[in-house]
Design a protein around this ligand. Structure first.
Ligand code: GRF
Length: 213
């Protein structure tokens, strides 16, 4: 019996898709028992679309603007994901807020990766370089990456795994972002590999609140 976790990865805009790439690479190396079965992008020119197709993974474009209401768009998302028997939805550079309806339909089955140590430096407007600028300005000595479940609030759901990186005196948002991104690429596939889904219950094996490295 194939007990691999079936992942559906959501991306928005024209993002790079490097986290998706890290997940695909980890799957190809057999490092995680998860398997990407579909990538759904809001935009045809997203880096993730090209990366998925190169790995023979189905990539769908679903443009929210084609739908009369956000709920219709999300209903379509749910339908496509269910058709492919997706167990776990992974947001990888997906910047749109998901509605309570969608979150409820996929409760404890949506993961996100955030480029800081939540619960600090999260919330509305905290994305991309804004996060790293805020970390540097705060004087924090450490930052990192967080994989968490998605709930109705931005960057707020239960934390699955975190990785820590130092913040150096001469860091710019770009140098810090690069150090964090390196950890994101290790962390996301690890988190997926540790989840075990029984019916609607998700269990995290060997999860520890400490840095896993
Ligand atoms: C990552 O920094 C992630 O933490 C955030 O969006 C960015 C996506 O980057 N949620 P990429 O498209 O995976 O390269």
């Amino acid at each position: 019996m194939n007990d691999s976790i079936r992942l559906g990865v959501l991306v928005s805009g024209r993002g790079r898709g490097t986290n998706l790439q890290a997940i695909l690479d980890a799957c190809a190396r057999g490092e995680t028992k998860a398997q990407v079965v579909v990538v759904i992008s809001t935009h045809p020119e997203a880096g993730a679309v090209e990366r998925a197709r190169r790995h023979n993974v189905e990539a769908l474009i679903i443009d929210p603007k084609q739908f009369a209401a956000p709920e219709d768009y999300e209903r379509e998302l749910t339908q496509r994901l269910r058709e492919r028997q997706v167990d776990l939805v992974c947001l990888a550079g997906y910047m749109r807020k998901l509605s309570p309806l969608f979150v409820d339909a996929w409760r404890n089955r949506i993961l996100n990766i955030h480029p800081a140590l939540l619960p600090a430096f999260g919330g509305q407007g905290m994305y991309g370089h804004h996060v790293h600028e805020a970390v540097i300005e705060s004087g924090a000595k450490f930052s990192g990456a967080t994989v968490h479940f998605v709930d109705e609030e931005y960057d707020h759901g239960p934390i699955v795994l975190q990785a820590v990186v130092p913040v150096f005196d001469d860091d710019t948002p770009d140098t810090l972002a690069a150090r964090v991104l390196e950890q994101e690429h290790k962390l996301y596939p690890q988190a997926e590999g540790r989840l075990h889904i029984e019916g609607r219950r998700v269990k995290i094996k060997g999860a520890s609140p400490n840095c896993p490295h």
